[in-house]
Design a protein around this ligand. Structure first.
Ligand code: PGA
Length: 249
């Protein structure tokens, strides 16, 4: 049985009551041994309701984003300290929508990652090339740069995860080929091993981008794929669970 993690990125979906409803349904339908491998990432405003619904369970949750400062005059931002206080285990850093729509750069992302680690929240650094990058053979260069810069303040003895998401595969239904996933995940693993030794070897590397129940099985068999970051298909409990079960095989 493969040790696979499924992380559901709800993006800007689910109100507090919808989020709680999802959590209760997931708690009911998932078996005990599956729960520790499932993670949901609600929008910030629904975090408290998810935290409350999941508290008595072994299901885990995290943030989709946060700022690097703990408090102060940062209108509209989410504090990592508050995520921690509510019981978040994880937080995404640098999802491609944050990079592209909200212009977040590597320097900012490195600070966020550091703040989360200091608090004991596991950052999930997202990396991935655009379609243009791939067309011009810049995938390796772009992903390595994002790793190098995003992890520049990493404390490798503390927990951290990576998510490889080709931007062109996100929300498009166009999943990367097995060869593409294998190649980039191997490159990420090598980077982590070269720079952080055993800690890099143990870091979870997720794949994301149009993961669905019908492609999870073969994707999960690829070397260095330790799980998935799932957008659209994580919004329904049955699809989300189905992905996990297909992946675990
Ligand atoms: P998708 O999104 O599964 O809808 O392609 C993945 C993500 O953006 O994390």
């Amino acid at each position: 049985m493969a040790n696979i993690y499924c992380v559901g990125n709800w993006k800007m979906n689910k109100s507090p009551s919808e989020a709680a409803e999802f959590c209760l349904e997931l708690e009911k339908k998932a078996r005990q041994d599956e729960k520790t491998h499932l993670v949901v990432l609600p929008p910030a405003i629904s975090s408290q309701s998810v935290a409350h619904a999941l508290k008595p369970t072994s299901l885990r949750w995290g943030g989709q984003n946060c700022y690097f400062e703990s408090h102060g005059a940062f209108t509209g931002e989410t504090s990592p300290v508050v995520l921690k206080d509510l019981g978040a285990t994880f937080c995404l850093v640098g999802h491609s929508e944050r990079r592209q729509i909200f212009s977040e750069g590597d320097e900012l992302l490195a600070k966020k990652l550091h703040s989360l680690q200091v608090l004991g929240v596991t950052p999930i650094l997202c990396v991935g090339e655009t379609l243009d990058d791939r067309k011009w053979n810049r995938t390796e260069e772009v992903v390595l740069r994002q790793l190098q810069n995003g992890l520049s303040q990493l404390e490798s003895s503390k927990s951290f995860w990576i998510a490889y998401e080709p931007v062109w595969a996100i929300g498009t239904g166009q999943v990367a080929t097995g060869e593409q996933v294998q190649e980039v995940h191997a490159m990420i693993r090598k980077f982590l091993q070269d720079n952080y030794g055993e800690n890099g070897n143990g870091a979870v590397i997720l794949y994301g981008g149009s993961v669905k129940p019908d492609n999870a099985n073969w994707l999960a068999k690829i070397a260095n794929v330790d799980g998935f970051l799932i957008g659209g298909a994580s919004l329904k409990v049955d699809d989300f669970l189905q992905i996990y079960r297909q992946a675990r095989g």
